[in-house]
Ligand binder design. Sequence first.
Ligand SMILES: Cc1cc2nc3c(=O)[nH]c(=O)nc-3n(C[C@H](O)[C@H](O)[C@H](O)COP(=O)(O)O)c2cc1C
Length: 353
Amino acid sequence: MMAREDWSEFPGNQEQHGSESAQPLMTLTYRSRATGAMSPAGLRQLREMAAARNRAEGVTGVVLYDNQRFFQWLEGPPDGVARVWSSISRDPRHTDIEAISVHAAPTRLFGQWDMRLSTSREEMADLRGMSPGLIHPEAERLATLAIGTDSDAVRGLIADVFGRYESLQTVTEQLIEPAARRLSDLWSSGDCSEYEVTLGLCRLQTSMRVLMADSVPDIADEPLVVLVAPLPGEIHLLGATLGAEATWQAGWETELRFPSTEEALKKIVATNWFDAVDLSLSPANQREHRIPSMEKIIATVRRASQNPALVVVAGGRAFYDRLATSSDVGADASHASAAQVTQAIEQARRGRL
Ligand SMILES: Cc1cc2nc3c(=O)[nH]c(=O)nc-3n(C[C@H](O)[C@H](O)[C@H](O)COP(=O)(O)O)c2cc1C
């Protein structure tokens, strides 16, 4: 294990830090062994706690956990990394801590992750409540296919998974949305262009429509009337399309619209009766910067609506990644997946009773 004194020898430690770009960056990697098996809840708690502190320290990185072994990559300003490392190396949840490398780095590799937790497939499935064996390889393959040249292969893979699970929810949550996030991550890491991401998302969207085209649901006994739309200005329409598919399959009266401005959206809710409105940001990109405008637009929708008790729910990757909550945007509920739009609306309506 690396001695604490080693830090003073690291050149960055003697420098004055200015802005992020002027600061030297360092990376540290180590491996260790968990003192006991980590439960999904324990891992989640560790990740959330680490992410909050890392954010404050300007530290980013990734921690891998598999079969009671940890591997972690930390990167950030030397003093921030040193403070975090000092805590980690005293943590009784692991032992046999062995620093593998400490060096200066020109750029961050995980700039968008306060602390990404990656686990083996089974553990990851457990963490997210997924059925093991499905998610990562196939979602990843789908992302690759979506930016390739073979549209039939995209459709084939989606149809294959749907054939196995016969559940729109499973396909949406465990295949399509992870593939969408993967596309965005490929773009962030410079492995594909923005054009390819947008094209890939369109392919997923079209394939889902083709898949569901023959499935005509029964109308619910008391169907809710819902408007499903991307937030005006959101160019990724996949989330709204998936959300509309979910409310339509639930037998609700669904109106899927793509208003390009706040004014256009206002007009739709002012001239039609809706029990609920679902507004979504990109299912692929985080869109953190759009949170304030989402709040403003939701307030406008409520004021303009014919229904004084209108339920408004919000979704998109920002909610999946927990960068935003329903109260941040003034919604009655939010959903981490478009497949959960109906549950979010029902939950919000129950909360009103
Ligand atoms: C494998 C592992 C990785 C960890 N990664 C981080 C991390 O990246 N950032 C962080 O602040 N804490 C991390 N922690 C938690 C710290 O060890 C420590 O509990 C936490 O920072 C609180 O610090 P304190 O005990 O000095 O108050 C990790 C713990 C373990 C077991």
